[in-house]
Design a protein around this ligand. Structure first.
Ligand code: NAP
Length: 467
């Protein structure tokens, strides 16, 4: 019998998820020369690229150039894409365990953290995840709507997602016109009456989670002033003593300089607040009318950092819309271990950990492995590290317990047999071309298909399978 990893019997790997971490895992597997490998990548959507397509803001097109790298990886003859296949529906984890030697979960974090305060579910109190998905034309959020007739909005959290949401809300919509923003979102933003966005950080300027480049972008908006209260821009003694990293210093200097400029004269305002936490969403008639915030002080967190502690002193912000942007979390996949508390797939250096120890042949990469931190590029070394563990295990003969099925037709036949209609990479390239053509007609980079049914209809003539 040919050994697994030989040209006659390549190592068969299933990657679940086609965002950056999945593609970097595929790249590392296909680049190495020690073993022959075949990669099948699955995505629940007909379209690949995860947050690069559905998360990166429309005015950050350059970031999306990483897609060129992913296209090159996908062009390998040893790579196949199965879009519109959701693990836990037409395909079960057990199906993969029987047919592959190794599985990599690259499923990211599809849900978001909550604030846990009264009134959080009132109409008008939303997650940044939903807003981002909506303006990016993600099918999950296609039917959402946001009441942009409100004059003031609050964004809770000051990470880079909060910066994206704030920029989209506060900038002149004309700046987004030619981008790949969903057409319905651009129309809604054009009619938006939001003029003030409160950006709420629970800790101080030295602990802000945004990158210097992102806060500079907000500060450089043509249509909005970035307004900082001088007293909140000042550092407390504890933060002063701990401030050492260059990014933190840059952030502090920047907001302190902005704090000297006052309110400015631009028609819109981004009011960046520090050391405040939302404590209650105040409603009227079932919808958001205001947000009560509490002033915090910073105290040692016992791990060498600082945490916020409420002072009891509160203030009410008159906002009609609230976006919580306090981090993502993972969602469980049926039949795959999940750590409810951490919102991740439990693992030891990328090897999946079940209740009775490591699961041979199962791995995890990206946010599903380490939580929702880091930029797109952070995923490359992270995936390389998991692939290293996979190759070590393969060399040591540690695989999934099924025998693997090297027949390339086995998986497509299984999906067809279950009536699942999958999308190949060639189908996606057709969709891609159609989106670019639709965009060109409206003077845009691309006009996305935003409903799965539309996507499937568009490729139906070329689709390899119908179900
Ligand atoms: P993040 O960077 O972890 O920021 C989360 C923010 O929420 C922090 O300010 C955090 O404050 C705050 N927060 C958490 N719990 C809170 C609570 N209960 N009440 C009030 N505030 C709370 O997360 P993210 O913005 O979702 O971004 C996720 C990752 O994607 C990050 O690594 C980010 O850099 C990356 N990303 C990058 C870009 C870009 O490069 N353009 C764009 C989008 C996202 P504390 O610091 O006090 O915990």
């Amino acid at each position: 019998m040919n050994p697994i990893g030989s040209p006659q019997r390549p190592l068969l790997v299933a990657i679940i998820g086609s965002g950056p971490s999945g593609f970097y895992a595929a790249e590392a597997l296909l680049k190495q020369k020690a073993l022959a490998v075949r990669v099948d990548m699955f995505d629940r959507l007909p379209t690949p690229y995860g947050l690069v397509r559905g998360g990166v803001a429309p005015d950050h097109q350059k970031i999306k150039n990483v897609i060129l790298v992913y296209e090159r990886i996908a062009s390998s003859p040893e790579f196949r894409f199965f879009g519109n296949v959701k693990l836990g529906r037409a395909l079960q984890a057990e199906d993969l365990r029987r047919r592959y030697d190794q599985i990599v979960y690259a499923v990211g974090n599809e849900s978001d953290r909550r604030l846990g305060i009264p009134g959080e579910d009132l109409q008008g109190s939303r997650s940044a995840t939903a807003f981002v998905g909506w303006y990016n034309g993600h099918p999950d959020y296609r039917e959402e709507s946001f009441d942009l007739s409100q004059e003031a909005a609050a964004v809770v959290g000051i990470g880079n997602v909060a910066m994206d949401v704030t920029r989209v809300l506060a900038q002149d919509p004309e700046k987004l016109k030619g981008t790949d923003i969903a057409d319905y979102a651009w129309e809604a933003l054009r009619r938006s009456r939001v003029r003030t966005v409160y950006l709420l950080g629970r800790r101080g300027p030295a602990q802000a989670a945004y990158s210097p480049a992102e806060i500079h972008e907000i500060g450089a908006l043509e249509a909005a002033d970035l307004v900082v209260d001088p007293t909140e821009a000042e550092l407390d003694e504890l933060s002063k003593s701990l401030l050492s990293d260059p990014e933190g210093k840059k952030n502090v200097e920047y907001v302190q300089a902005k704090a000297k400029l006052g309110d400015g004269t631009k028609p819109r305002k981004v009011r960046l607040r520090f050391c405040v936490s939302p404590v209650e969403v105040i409603g009227e008639g079932g919808r958001v009318k205001a947000l009560r915030i509490e002033k915090n002080v910073l105290v040692p967190d016992g791990r060498g950092g600082v945490k916020a502690r409420g002072t009891g002193q509160t203030e009410v912000l008159p906002v009609g819309l609230i976006f919580r942007s306090v981090g993502y979390r993972g969602t469980p996949i049926p039949g795959v271990p999940f750590d409810e508390k951490g919102g991740r797939i439990p693992n030891r250096d990328g090897r999946v950990l079940g209740p009775e120890g490591l699961l041979a042949g199962e791995y995890v990469v990206g946010w599903a492995k380490r939580g929702p931190t880091g930029l797109i590029g952070t995923n490359r070394p992270d995936s390389v590290a998991t692939v290293k563990a996979m190759l070590e295990d393969a060399t040591a003969g540690r695989f999934l317990s099924g025998s693997g099925d090297p027949d390339p037709e086995a998986l497509p036949a299984l999906l067809k047999g279950r009536g699942a209609r999958f999308v190949t990479f060639a189908d996606w390239k057709l969709l891609d071309r159609l989106e670019v053509e639709r965009g060109a007609r409206g003077g845009k980079i691309r006009e996305k298909f935003t409903r799965v049914a539309e996507m499937l209809a568009a490729v139906s003539e070329d689709a390899s399978v119908s179900g």
